[in-house]
Design a protein around this ligand. Structure first.
Ligand code: AMP
Ligand code: ZN
Length: 112
């Protein structure tokens, strides 16, 4: 059984896509925690930040490059936060690496 973000990347289940290229998709989070809450997801399956290696790490730079290039188009020109939850203690619930991009308001710095 393929994971939910692989299915979103292949358009096998619907999402509100805001950006797509040959390597990644970006779509709106179903349960937003800020006025803008997007998820940036590589099309290839990588389970978590713990699985980043010399061989697959280029995709991470690509995600950050796309965010930087598209920030105005995404309504993020005044600033935003990029979050990656990793593993059980990190609060990761979907085991396909993803970066939350949150913005659209002044963000407080969480006391964890
Ligand atoms: P994390 O807790 O870091 O693993 O984040 C998983 C995120 O995926 C949560 O913020 C969920 O709201 C979001 N999510 C889960 N399923 C979907 C979906 N089908 N479409 C959009 N966002 C989703
Ligand atoms: Zn996957």
């Amino acid at each position: 059984m393929e994971c939910i973000f692989c299915k979103i990347a292949k358009k096998e289940i619907p999402s509100t896509l805001v950006y797509e290229d040959e390597k990644i998709v970006m779509f709106k989070d179903l349960n937003p925690i800020a006025p803008i809450h997007l998820l940036a997801v590589p099309k290839n399956h990588i389970s978590s930040a713990n699985e980043i290696t010399t061989e697959n790490s280029k995709i991470i730079a690509h995600i950050f490059e796309v965010i930087a290039k598209e920030n105005k188009n995404l309504g993020l020109e005044d600033g935003y936060r990029i979050i990656n939850n990793c593993g059980k203690l990190g609060g990761q619930t979907v085991e396909h690496i993803h970066f939350h991009i949150v913005g659209g308001k002044e963000l407080s710095w969480a006391k964890l």
